[in-house]
Design a protein around this ligand. Structure first.
Ligand SMILES: [Ca+2]
Ligand SMILES: [Ca+2]
Length: 368
């Protein structure tokens, strides 16, 4: 049992290092994989109908596979749709992939979907799909889906596969990173769902951005209902954070059947940042109005309380003064003489011009 746990831990660590998770796709040519390929035979990291163990496998080029499905695969790889696709047996460009087929019956409703998880698939492989010549290949446009970015768009950068990388967000005309302060499972899930996955695998890792990159987001707090990261925290006008690039979020996304698939497409979150900014400004305006009204009420209350007190004080002082004045007149009834402005000042004391010892009094002088 202990040995099994050790193997499971090693397998988990290998997955974490490799960055391949359930639903990760890659392109191969005559066996090897390269993250630089934009065309090749498609492999997906998935489970077969007979086992829950994840492994790499091919996709069957059956009657349901077409340009829509090829485009979704390219979108998942971060490329801007498919320029070509087909059956490996009909081309010698990419060799033969001896890996067993693992998925078939791919059927996507929209070519703007972001991952195969948003499409119908089956793991039941018919006998007509088992040949390596039936493997699907795709040729993607080499432009990236983030080449014409919108404010609030996100991407995963620097990982081996498209499902894992440093989480970057586009703000103010520049790609920047997201700080891991308070970044948790809900935030990771929202980011992955924006990318078309149902859930995250990990939100840790060491994929620090460069020092020239801004750190756009810090202390991200998402509600579980968000589809776009911009609804959690819209792009700031300037950086405000207390983070270093070593704290950049590295995100891994995966297909998870316990969550409903994401309904996001390439354009779903396109205006989320603007909407979030408008909502924020409306909330700020409402907050300012409410704050102003509350302040006004406090001032009114203060005035209502203060004015009678002032009146009472003034009346009290006035009455007191009047009473004191009346008492003075009745008790003395003597006219106060006018001030003696014509009095002359007393004559100045004449001191001896010389020989006056300030340390000795006049009496001491007489006794000598
Ligand atoms: Ca194959
Ligand atoms: Ca912080």
């Amino acid at each position: 049992m202990k040995l099994l746990n050790t193997f499971a831990l090693i397998a988990a660590l290998l997955c974490a290092v490799q960055g391949q998770y359930r639903g990760t796709v890659q392109l191969v040519r005559s066996g090897p994989f390269s993250s630089s390929y934009s065309a090749g035979i498609v492999q997906i990291y998935y489970f077969s109908s007979s086992s829950s163990t994840l492994r790499w496998g091919n996709i069957c080029f059956d009657s349901s596979f077409g340009s829509t499905e090829a485009s979704v695969i390219c979108n998942q790889l971060g490329y801007n749709g498919a320029s070509g696709y087909g059956r490996t047996g009909n081309t010698s460009s990419y060799g033969t992939d001896r890996t067993a087929t693992i998925l078939a019956g791919i059927n996507c409703a929209e070519s703007s979907y972001l991952t195969l998880e948003q499409c119908n698939v089956t793991t039941n492989i018919s006998s007509s799909c088992t040949s390596d010549s039936e493997d699907v290949y795709v040729s993607c446009y080499t432009t990236r889906i983030w080449n014409n970015p919108y404010s609030g768009q996100i991407r995963l950068v620097g990982g081996t596969y498209s499902s894992y990388g440093r989480l970057e967000v586009y703000c103010n005309g520049q790609w920047g990173t997201v700080c891991d302060h308070s970044f948790g499972a809900t935030d990771a899930r929202v980011a992955c769902r924006q990318l078309g996955y149902s859930d995250y695998s990990t939100y840790t890792g060491n994929l620090a951005g460069s020092s020239s990159q801004p750190i756009w987001l810090d202390n991200v707090i998402c509600s579980s209902s968000s589809n776009c990261l911009a609804y959690c925290e819209s792009c700031p006008a300037t950086q405000y954070h207390n983070c270093r690039h070593s704290e950049d979020v590295a995100l891994g996304c995966e297909f998870k059947s316990t969550f409903t698939p994401s309904s996001n497409t390439l354009s779903t979150c396109q205006f989320a940042d603007t909407e979030a900014s408008i909502i924020t400004s409306i909330f700020n305006s409402i907050g300012a109005i409410i704050g102003g009204v509350i302040a006004g009420i406090f001032v009114c209350i203060a005035l209502i309380v203060a004015i009678p007190i002032c009146i009472c004080c003034c009346l009290g002082v006035g009455i007191g003064a009047a009473v004191r004045g009346s008492n003075r007149r009745t008790s003395t009834n003597v006219a106060v003489p006018p001030p003696a402005y014509d009095q002359k000042p007393p004559p100045a004391v004449a001191y001896p011009a010389t020989g006056y010892d300030v340390e000795k009094s006049p009496q001491q002088d007489h006794s000598q």
